[in-house]
Design a protein around this ligand. Structure first.
Ligand code: HEM
Length: 182
């Protein structure tokens, strides 16, 4: 591959703004998600319950929670879920979500796990969206917001690998070419 790509220049918080554009997440859709915010608060404990039941039943994921303060984890996961319905997907939101992605890179977690676990979040987020007077529009909107998180989790892992390889070979452009060439 010989051409540089403009996507390579989109970094950090700008990634989220770019994806909002790509997904056509409009101001109206963002606003739609704000109104079921109370329903999201009510749904959050059930989401957290399903999430950890699944995660702790699987030995490869359960082992990440040895010596972890679970009540803190529960609160952070519920906040993450409720924030899907904040209605504001700006730079500050991007920063918070990117930092969550990075926290999982730091613990050496293969990215397949958080991405697979979004399945639980999607089911509960759609249940919240269906409480809206325009359920189809709300479901479509929340799917876009979850797609943002899926992308951010993946991006955090990719960024770390790119950073590591860039440091080794001296620059990011060369690192990208090495990663993409056969
Ligand atoms: C949908 C997927 C997931 C979401 C939304 C999520 C959410 C979060 C949030 C909000 C935090 C707090 C980050 C911070 O601000 O410090 C966190 C931390 C953490 N998550 Fe997840 N998580 C997900 C998947 C997973 C999976 C699959 C595992 C393990 C198998 C995991 C293990 C952990 C651990 C161990 C921490 C604590 C990290 C630390 O102490 O710095 N998470 N998660």
């Amino acid at each position: 591959m010989s051409v540089d790509r403009s996507s390579w220049e989109v970094k950090d918080e700008a990634v989220l703004a770019e994806l909002v554009q790509l997904l056509n997440l409009s101001a109206d859709e963002a606003a739609i998600l704000r109104s079921p915010h109370d329903a999201a608060q009510k749904q959050a404990p059930a989401m957290r319950e399903d999430f950890y039941t699944r995660l702790l039943a699987h030995p490869q994921t359960a082992e990440y929670f040895t010596d972890i303060n679970m009540s803190r984890m529960y609160a952070m996961l519920q906040n993450w879920f409720i924030e899907l319905f904040s209605g504001v997907y700006d730079e500050a939101y991007a920063r918070r979500r990117i930092n969550i992605g990075k926290a999982h890179v730091r613990i050496g977690l293969p990215v397949r796990y958080p991405i697979a676990m979004l399945d639980v979040a999607i089911a509960h987020a759609e249940a919240v969206a269906r409480t809206h007077p325009q359920p189809d529009a709300a479901v479509a909107a929340v799917r876009k917001v979850i797609a943002l998180d899926m992308a951010v989790f993946q991006q955090a892992h990719e960024d770390r690998q790119l950073e590591f390889l860039s440091n080794m070979v001296g620059n990011e452009r060369l690192a990208r070419r090495l990663l993409s060439e056969e």
